[in-house]
Design a protein around this ligand. Structure first.
Ligand code: FES
Length: 235
């Protein structure tokens, strides 16, 4: 079946304004959008820029907006868009480097600011720091994050407050805030209580809808808000 692709194009070095270019691709229903993108690049237009690596929903590098919904091009099948034109655009709320490729630096810096690593005073044991399975369960959903940026791209609260750290940074904050082996719970809680962190989430649930790993992002943010109210607001 022939599918029409309309793809956002912009090269800041040569283009004054973004524009869309159209491509016709002979596709199979089970093919992924990423397969079609590869075909366009290899057979029709080698100048098209986008990221990909694993092609199996693991590396998180091909986050983009597909017919208005953020997600991974390697997880979306042609058959799900049957009969419609497929519009591909870069993730919103990210600076465009070229075409569908965005600058991830600010996104990663906001995650780094949450100190996404264990803070413990005891010297590291010879092997790993063991954790009770019950405690592990508290963070098992959020550790699935692959840093694709789909949640930040989809979040309307990022339009309302450009300083908002975004749902991805809060997912990483949650991961260590509720890790039973971490010893800086209060410091971490102060960080997520900042007005540009958890309080900026307005429960749009778009992050949860688009997360390719099924992380309950909004629920995690709300659990942190509850912890803020319990620990900080009562003191
Ligand atoms: S290419 Fe790795 S997640 Fe899609």
């Amino acid at each position: 079946m022939d599918m029409h692709f309309k793809i956002f194009r912009f090269d800041p070095d040569t283009d004054r304004e973004p524009y869309y270019r159209e491509y016709l691709v002979a596709t199979e229903p089970q093919e992924r959008i990423l397969d079609c993108l590869n075909r366009i690049k290899w057979e029709q237009d080698g100048s098209l820029a986008y990221r990909m690596s694993c092609a199996h929903g693991v590396c998180g590098s091909d986050g983009m907006r597909i017919n208005g919904v953020c997600g991974l091009a390697c997880q979306k099948l042609v058959k799900d868009y049957h009969g419609s034109e497929i519009v591909l655009e870069p993730l919103p709320h990210f600076r465009i480097l070229k075409d569908l490729m965005v600058d991830m630096d600010e996104f990663l810096d906001r995650i780094k600011a949450m100190r996404p690593y264990l803070l413990a005073s005891l010297p590291a044991p010879d092997k790993e720091r063991l954790q009770d399975p019950v405690d592990r369960k508290k963070v098992e959903e959020v550790i699935r994050c692959i840093l694709c940026g789909s949640c930040n791209g989809a979040c309307p609260a990022m339009d309302e407050n450009p300083e908002y750290v975004g749902p991805a940074a809060l997912v990483w904050a949650y991961r260590y805030l509720f890790d039973s082996r971490d010893e800086r719970h209060d410091e971490r809680l102060q960080a997520v209580a900042h007005p540009n962190a958890a309080p900026s989430c307005k429960n749009y649930f778009e992050c949860t809808r688009v997360c390719p790993k099924g992380i309950p992002v909004t629920k995690s943010i709300n659990l942190m808000k509850r912890e803020i109210a319990k620990v900080l607001d009562e003191n």
